[in-house]
Ligand binder design. Structure first.
Ligand code: ATP
Length: 358
């Protein structure tokens, strides 16, 4: 069964007068019922892609289809797609209920249908009893819920969300992340969510696409992108990591042994495909995969400069012998006092390393 709902095929877009294209050959399959996120730094083309899906503008080349049908020139209002923007754009002179029912009225739905759907939507976003209020009488988070209810009311096949939480403070933002995820699961509507916040993307998405300069760098589940970044950009953009220059000393099977920097440390790497002996490489290791090890020649060691206790973990910075830095997240039960200023050995399993050509 083909469970793709939005198929984006080789889409490119350059704005008039721009030197660089906003999108350069983007292909993506977004699946039915999934929470899909477009993640990337400012200017990478996320909003442009969302607007093309919505029908606000046309690709220069390439195609977008919904449920197997090319969208072509179909205007936004005839696409079974709705958008929630960062600015909620509620109608201030209308009540909450009128705001939510607005799209349905426009579609010419009978009054009774609109009324019962509005009641259902108020319940869905947990604003029962607030239908008669004006938007100005609601908090920012409540206004955002109204905007969501309004966009969900006509039961679109796809809901596009362009940084809808970025105007909220951190606490509210966290609450709304959980809320959005719940709404997506309960309605079964496909959500396409845009953010530049990697933590938010990891927390919410079933799958995400990391973009840079109009190009998709990698698509996958949060775990997949975190554990197996396809390139240095994704490794750097998602989560924290150590990046060490290294040289491939020896290949054996899928893996090999790498000398880190100018130190004498030689570390085993489980997967080193594409790197020949003698090749310059960059090793990537997540801080939580590092443990304390023996301070012996040939192993990774350094001097701990700072150790910050955070309850659940101890965040350690060390200057590596032979140059370079190390960041580790050790268990919070390890005493900081005994570590600082001490020459310490560090270890990590061979499968904790991702290696890329330098
Ligand atoms: P942000 O997170 O800052 O919103 P984004 O990833 O959504 O960024 P886009 O808004 O899609 O990125 O912009 C992609 C590129 O296209 C940027 O270089 C931007 O400057 C450019 N761009 C966007 N809109 C226009 C426009 N209307 N005219 C010209 N250039 C534009």
């Amino acid at each position: 069964m083909n469970d793709t709902i939005v198929a984006i095929s080789d889409v490119s877009k350059r704005y008039a007068g721009a030197v660089q294209p906003a999108l350069a050959g983007v292909s993506l399959d977004i699946r039915r019922n999934e929470f899909f996120t477009l993640l990337g730094p400012s200017g990478c083309g996320k909003t442009t892609l969302l607007r093309l899906i919505a029908g606000f503008g046309m690709p220069d080349s390439g195609q977008i289809s919904l449920d197997g049908k090319l969208l072509g020139q179909t205007p936004p209002n005839l696409r079974p797609i709705n958008t929630v923007f960062q600015s909620y754009a509620l109608f201030p002179h209308m009540s909450v209920a009128e705001n939510i029912g607005f799209g349905l009225e426009m579609l010419g739905q009978p009054r009774e249908t609109v009324r019962s759907r509005v009641t259902e939507m108020l319940r869905l976003v947990r604003l029962e009893g607030m239908g008669e209020r004006r938007p100005a009488q609601l908090s920012g988070g409540q206004q955002q819920r109204v905007a969501l209810a309004r966009a969900l009311a006509p039961a679109p096949k796809v809901l596009l969300l362009d940084e809808p939480l970025s105007a909220l403070d951190l606490k509210l933002r966290r609450e709304m992340q959980i809320e959005l995820k719940r709404l997506q699961t309960e309605t079964g509507i496909t959500f396409v969510f845009v953010t530049h916040d990697q933590e938010e993307a990891l927390a919410m998405s079933d799958r995400l696409a990391v973009m840079r300069d109009g190009v998709v760098m990698q698509v996958g589940s949060p775990e997949n992108l975190y554990d197996r970044p396809a390139n240095l950009f994704v490794a750097e953009f998602i989560g924290e990591a150590n990046f060490w220059n290294a040289t491939c000393l020896e290949r054996s099977g899928a893996g090999g042994r790498f000398a880190i920097g100018t130190s004498k440390a030689v570390m085993p790497v489980a997967e080193a495909q594409g790197l020949a002996e003698g090749a310059k490489a960059v090793l990537v290791v997540r801080p939580e995969r590092i443990t304390l090890g023996a301070a012996e020649p040939g192993l990774l060691h350094g001097t701990v400069e700072t150790a910050v206790y955070r309850g659940s973990d101890l965040v350690v910075h060390a200057a590596l012998a032979g140059g370079g830095e190390l960041r580790a997240r050790l268990p919070g039960s390890i005493a900081a006092a005994g570590l600082i200023g001490t020459a310490t050995g560090f270890a990590f399993p061979a499968d904790a390393v991702r290696v890329f050509p330098a």
